[in-house]
Design a protein around this ligand. Structure first.
Ligand SMILES: [Fe+2]
Length: 195
């Protein structure tokens, strides 16, 4: 068993009241774990059994890709959250303002893209090949690294991410999710791309 379920970088009640312990017990403890288990079963004895998650996400197709990307996306999602308030770095904040006009305009674009995405998927803040920040939505398990972009933040818009706490109210989940963004993590991702 090569791939393992990541350890959450906080206690399961750290994101309350916006994301409940019950949601984490299902989303992390059942859905995320199931992707890890399926990935291990699918890659056993294949060329991917000793490859990195990133390599598999970039190169695999079908069920192996789907499960690897879902592991990767969820790892990224959980690290991107925090119960402690943080701010974006000055460098990131400046680029957000230059690409979107203001932090508030960026938030509006991100949340409207996430609210309007049809079906299951993910919404990302990514750096494109021109080194500009873009908001993009991907369907199902897809990840920007498949498209030569580097993600620095993601939001899970699969129903399993919010249905326990918010039922069908995806916009309400998004507003609360916004309060939990770990800007330190996002800023570190941005700084690593700039290096
Ligand atoms: Fe999820």
């Amino acid at each position: 068993m090569k791939f393992e379920l990541m350890q959450l970088p906080y206690e399961t009640n750290a994101l309350e009241p916006y994301i409940s312990v019950e949601t984490i017990s299902y989303h992390y403890g059942k859905h995320h774990l199931a992707y890890v288990n399926k990935l291990n079963a699918l890659t056993e004895g294949t060329e991917y059994s000793n490859k990195s998650l990133e390599y598999i996400v970039k190169n695999a197709d079908g069920a192996i890709f789907n499960n690897a990307a879902q592991v990767c996306n969820h790892d990224f999602y959980w690290h991107g959250l925090s119960g402690t308030a943080t701010d974006p770095s000055v460098e990131l904040s400046d680029l957000i303002k230059s690409c979107f006009g203001s932090i508030e305009a960026f938030k509006e674009e991100f949340i409207s893209t996430a609210a309007g995405h049809f079906g299951s998927g993910w919404v990302w803040l990514s750096i494109n090949e021109d080194k500009k920040l873009i908001v993009e939505a991907t369907s199902n398990a897809d990840n920007p690294i498949r498209h030569n972009r580097i993600p620095i933040l993601t939001c899970d818009v699969w129903e399993h991410a919010y249905y326990i706490d918010y039922r069908n109210m995806r916009p309400e989940y998004l507003e609360k999710w916004w309060k939990l963004i770990n800007w330190q993590f996002v800023s570190d991702n941005f700084a690593n791309v700039e290096k």
